[in-house]
Design a protein around this ligand. Sequence first.
Ligand code: NAD
Length: 300
Amino acid sequence: MTSSLKIGFIGLGIMGAPMAGHLVTAGHDVFVYTRGKMPDAIAQSRATKCLSARGVAERADIIILMVPDTPNVNEALFSADGIAAGLSAGKVVVDMSSISPIETKLFAKKINALGCDYLDAPVSGGEVGAKNATLSIMVGGSDATFERVKPVFELMGKNITLVGGNGDGQTAKVANQIIVALNIEAVAEALLFAAKAGADPARVRQALMGGFASSKILEVHGERMVKRTFDPGFRIALHQKDLNLALSSARALGVSLPNTANAQELFNSCAAHGGAAWDHSAMVRALEKLANFEIGQQAA
Ligand code: NAD
């Protein structure tokens, strides 16, 4: 680290807590604010706890957001006690939440009008990537702002890419979520099929790990399906939010995404069965309902 930076972090949930923790560990001056309970690790750290997003923006030069959805970002930015009310020229707002690419462009314009820079920088890699500082970070914004914030990104992630202008980072993230959802569906169908055919799904997963069917999803989510560990992780409600962004944008663009729509229906079915807060690997449960058979059950 060259010198200590003043970094703000707003939204300390499953992802934000470990990400902010890395910034504290690196020795930066970190100013935090979150809704809900302050996570113990941050509460006990030397991070400065602020009473509002505005308080964070008044003290920090780079202000990071990691909240659930577009309305949460809007509120954190522009409510009376929000970030915009505390900004002064030359500061940078970095939204690492996964939200609407279209709204992102509007948010960036409003922050730019205050003499500040804006990056959208959503991530992939989940809770494990957040804890291990191995997230993929997809960034939208100017070259100069990207270079300014890159040393901070490097404390939280590994594959850090400037995709294009504001909104393009969020577009990349929507594309990421399409691939992840369809991959979960493929793994769920394959393991369900194998189990119903009488093979041990754990061994089938093991057998497929080295070949063309291998993927991070087979590795991580396949294991969750076999072991029935559906605590998030990544909540189905958040993936529904992301596929909603994919499907509504695709409709606006006149692009047909038939299998994305299908994956969304399976998530909708999980939510209807009380599973909005299950990990997204639990999509397999919707397929199990259709098959009237559960992975782990003994095939007849
Ligand atoms: P989370 O619900 O665990 O955490 C969000 C936190 O933000 C909560 O503590 C909430 O109280 C707080 N919050 C909400 N509105 C706020 C506001 N206006 N001001 C201050 N705090 C506010 O969610 P998460 O799983 O950490 O996800 C955060 C974002 O990261 C989402 O956009 C999600 O899609 C994305 N993401 C999550 C994962 C994952 O595996 N969980 C992976 C990649 C990306």
